[in-house]
Design a protein around this ligand. Structure first.
Ligand code: UT7
Length: 317
């Protein structure tokens, strides 16, 4: 049994932070960020929590699906910037929506939403789950080192969500992990134990950009090829690719390696930056609402990030 997407939703906080704004804070420029990353501006929360942003995306997805929160059988949320370790982000969203189903979080950094979608498909295949809410939500601005120009210019806040149900749209799905703690990490930070004698890294994003870049290019290309093989199609047959919005150069390289026109890759990185686990569902929601998707379109979603991890799927619209 496969799944279908009943509705999608997204939410971006109101405040826009431009590259010029960041150039007032660290030694950088609009020119460097546009050329090396492809971001012009990103949204940053000034008064909304991760859960509040997640709730808004979830309500938009429920509205699109024509469902009330009581209809949900399960909520899975992916995040690396939850408001609390306990309760989980998904439990907070369950409470805020007034839903009554089980809810749990899953962390696979920027690949988290597609890990969660794969998990939702597994629960649906098991039976007994009709409507599953899958969320990717991040307030990365709280985890960034705003004095580190190599990371603070890259990320943004936002949330995205899908409501999925049993159906026939999911043609392929895969998840991948290559454990590595030097390329990209966010330490859990503070240690309260008077017995633990070791220093812990501070709570902030630390990234080896080039190592992560190389992993990303390799994974994006290979995952899309493997997903196409699983679905019994060739990459040329894909109508759209919705990639993780980490760097336009990563997406350009992938398009060239796969010999696909760049126009097939949906991009909002210039406006949103990298919103980690929210990046793919926000992008997919924008594409779905743009009216550009036709019935029967083959769409690959592909993400990569901390872990190191990657994940992807192919949907027949
Ligand atoms: O979502 C999670 C997955 N993350 C990713 O996929 C990120 C992958 N990596 C990247 O996108 C790129 O590696 C970055 C955008 C992070 C960095 O671009 P890069 O072309 O790899 O730059 P670099 O790290 O090799 O640094 C080149 C130079 C350095 O200066 P020197 O040592 O050559 O003098 C950096 O200090 O660029 C400098 N630099 C900056 N200059 C102006 C780094 N950040 C900035 C900045 N503004 N914001």
């Amino acid at each position: 049994m496969s799944i279908q997407i009943l509705g999608t939703g997204a939410y971006l906080p109101e405040k826009t932070v431009t590259n010029d704004d960041l150039a007032q804070m660290v030694e950088t420029s609009d020119e460097w960020i546009m050329q090396r990353v492809g971001i012009r501006e990103r949204r940053v929360s000034v008064n909304e929590t991760t859960a509040e942003m997640a709730e808004k995306a979830a309500r938009n997805a429920l509205d699109a699906a024509g469902l009330e929160p009581e209809a949900l059988d399960l909520i899975i949320a992916a995040t690396v910037s939850s408001d609390s370790i306990c309760p989980s982000l998904s439990a907070r969203v369950q409470m805020m929506l007034g839903a009554h189903c089980p809810a749990f979080d899953l962390n696979s950094a920027c690949s988290g939403f597609l890990f969660a979608l794969d998990t939702a498909a597994a629960f649906i295949a098991r039976g007994g789950y009709q409507h599953v809410l899958v969320i990717g939500a991040e307030r990365l601005s709280r985890v960034l080192d705003w004095t580190d120009r190599s990371t603070c210019v890259i990320f943004g806040d936002g949330s995205g969500a899908f409501v999925v149900a049993p159906g026939e749209q999911l043609l392929a799905s895969r998840i991948y992990t290559q454990g590595n703690d030097s390329a990209l990490s966010i330490s859990a930070g503070q240690n309260n134990s008077p017995f633990f004698a070791r220093e812990l890294a501070p709570y902030k994003v630390v990234m080896n950009g080039q190592e992560t870049f190389k992993f990303a290019v390799r994974r994006l290309e290979e995952d899309i090829k493997l997903l196409c093989a699983q679905a019994g199609i060739t990459p040329e047959q894909l109508d759209w690719i919705v990639p993780h919005q980490a760097n336009t150069r990563i997406i350009d390289l992938c398009a060239r390696r796969l010999k696909l026109p760049i126009e097939k890759f949906y991009m909002n990185i210039e406006r949103c930056g990298n919103t980690s686990s929210a990046s793919v569902p926000i992008s997919f929601d924008e594409l779905a609402r743009s009216g550009k998707l036709k019935k029967g379109d083959l769409i690959a979603m592909s993400a990569f990030g901390g872990g190191l991890s990657s994940a992807g799927c192919i949907i027949k619209w």
